[in-house]
Design a protein around this ligand. Structure first.
Ligand SMILES: [Zn+2]
Length: 125
């Protein structure tokens, strides 16, 4: 099982990330509403600078939606920590491993299962 200190460390990391994303989304929503009311089309000049932003509208949309995906993943990971089953692969039940969780704290699958699922296009991240 994952050590308490490590899951606590990851939990605080996840919470910080979550807050960052929330404030980022809020800022972008405010900016895009302001832009809409002025009927400004190019969102390029209204972008949030706290994430990898692009001057392409399509990329802008992708960044927004992937942020929502990340938010859901963070919520899921935090819930797992609270339930005490964080760090176990949802597919095969093996421990995901500290090293992988440090790199990817929202991982819910071990490396093998993740690769298999990605091959089947069931995970879009
Ligand atoms: Zn697995």
């Amino acid at each position: 099982m994952l050590q308490k200190t490590i899951s606590r460390e990851i939990e605080s990391k996840l919470r910080t990330r979550k807050e960052e994303i929330i404030s980022c989304i809020k800022r972008e929503m405010k900016k895009s509403m302001a832009a809409e009311s002025r009927q400004v089309m190019g969102a390029g000049q209204e972008e949030c600078d706290c994430a990898a932003s692009s001057h392409s509208d399509y990329m802008h949309f992708m960044n927004l939606s992937s942020r929502h995906v990340i938010m859901r993943q963070i919520e899921r990971a935090l819930q797992k920590i609270a339930e005490g089953n964080y760090g176990l692969c949802e597919e095969c039940g093996v421990e995901i491993g500290e090293e992988r969780l440090r790199i990817l704290p929202v991982a819910v699958y071990c490396r093998d299962c993740q690769e298999l699922l990605e091959e089947r296009h069931e995970i879009c991240q």
